[in-house]
Every structure is written in C-alpha cells, then in structure tokens.
Write a protein of this length. Structure first.
Length: 269
C-alpha cells in the first residue's frame, strides 16, 4: 500500500484497502535473498514482550522469527519487562550462537537487555558510540542512537525508537529525533522502530521527520499481525538511495509470535 493510498482516508477505508491488497502479497517462509548492490538486511520488530497472539509467552518462538529474517541489524521493541526488575526476555547468548547477533552495549539498565525496551542487535562490526535518549511524554519511552563501523570504509548511524500511544507525546518525541539529526553531520542514518503513527499529514508525527528523512517511504502495514492494516513500524533513511525493498516479514510463525509483524529492508552503504 503506497502513501497516496491512505492519505486523507479514514481507518475503515484503510482497512478495506489493505484487505483487498492482502491477497496479492505472498507469505515469505524463507530468509530474504539479497538483491544486487544491497549490502545489509535491517529489520524492526515489536516483539510484544514475547507474548503471541495466542497469549502464550514464548521467547524461543520470537527468536525463531528473528532467525527467519536473518538480519545484519535489527531493532527490537518491548524486549524487556516493563515493570518490576525490567529484565530482558530473550536468551541473547543463545541468539548470538544461532545468528551471530549481539546487542549494542548500554549502561545502567539493571537486568534489562535494552533501553526502555529497545534492543539494538548487529551481526558484525564495531560499535563506536552509543547514546541512550529519554523521550518526553507520559509513558517511559526512549531511543538508542548507535554508531556502527562495519569495516574501515562503511559505517552507519542507527536510531532505534519506540514512540508513544498519545498523539501529543509522539509529536514531542519526533521533534527529539529531528533534533538528533539537526547537526551538519550527514553520515548515513537509519531510523528503525515502532512509531505508533499510521496517520499522515500536518498532524502526523511523521511530518516532523520529513526535513531530515525526506518523504515518508511507502506505508507497509504491520499491525495487527494476523491481518495487518496499520503501518505503525517504520524503516527510514536520511538519503534517498539508502533504503530499498521495505516489506513486512509475513510468515505463519510471525503472524502468531507477536501482535506486530517484523518490518525488513535492504540498506545500501
């Protein structure tokens, strides 16, 4: 579904358009193949605290979805308990053995794997710098900003974020992300995350990001996972040729493992 398909439409109209187009999309049961010139696979995945649509807590199932994607970089949301000791929910040691993915290091989060539920994993390279950003709003939301050097010539800045449910909070949080990008530094940058924003136009939090990330890429519905109609999850780049082939990872396993489908893309460095 393209942006022009949903701009100015109501939620019921958006639902009908998505249902009509869903039959044309085939589920992908195998890891994606890289296309010519595409160097890395990136993904964003709200794992819903490893609770599936069957209401079953199953971190191993979540890990199997990540293995299906086979990403080089993936941002996870809701990967830690929200209350209590806020412990991480995935077996990261096992995930590293099976996929090679390791978490971007953070500080001061106790038993949590990430920052306010955000976990950023990468397969190869060196993390040069990490910033843990508190986002404004009534809910405890945050963003991770990491500089990853893949080799001597290729590097990438990644902003992994989970914006709030309230419109006013999302607008304030999007301005913080905009401010991160306001420096003269034009290094390749990705924004990965659950932005909780399907609306477009002047009242949309996405509108705030246009000056740094350009026109919003095509809307890819990812929520709810059983019949996705809302494009809540986004992969955006600050260069027009940085991101390509954005799509939902729609498989029998991913449809039940979380209430969101993972969103994937190729990134050209």
């Amino acid at each position: 579904m393209e942006i022009d398909d949903i701009k100015g439409r109501s939620l019921p109209e958006t639902v009908l358009l998505t249902i009509r187009g869903r039959s044309a999309r085939k589920a992908k049961a195998t890891p994606r193949k890289r296309v010519d010139g595409a160097e890395i696979v990136v993904a964003s995945y709200n794992v819903h605290k490893c609770i599936g649509t069957d209401r079953r807590f199953d971190p191993e199932r979540t890990a199997r979805v990540i293995r299906e994607i086979s990403p080089d970089v993936i941002a996870l949301q809701e990967a830690d308990n929200r209350f209590g000791d806020k412990a991480g929910l995935l077996d990261l040691a096992r995930l590293e053995l099976e996929t090679g993915l390791v978490p971007v290091p953070i500080s001061g989060n106790g038993k949590g794997h990430g920052w306010r539920g955000n976990v950023l994993l990468f397969k190869r390279g060196t993390v040069r710098d990490v910033h843990q950003i508190k986002l404004p709003g009534l809910e405890p939301r945050g963003a991770l900003v990491a500089e990853i050097d893949f080799d001597e010539k290729r590097s990438l800045r990644v902003i992994a974020a989970h914006l709030g449910l309230l419109r006013r909070s999302r607008s304030e949080q999007a301005r913080v992300v905009h401010d991160i990008m306001s420096s003269a530094d034009e290094r390749p940058t990705l924004l990965l995350g659950d932005l909780n924003e399907w609306r477009l136009g002047n009242r949309s939090a996405l509108n705030t990001l246009h000056t740094t990330f350009g026109p919003t890429p095509p809307a890819v519905p990812t929520f709810p996972s059983g019949l996705p109609v809302l494009a809540l999850d986004r992969i955006m780049g600050n260069r027009h040729d940085l991101v390509s082939a954005v799509e939902a990872h729609d498989t029998p396993l991913s449809r039940v493992a979380s209430d969101h489908l993972p969103l994937t893309a190729f990134v050209h460095l």
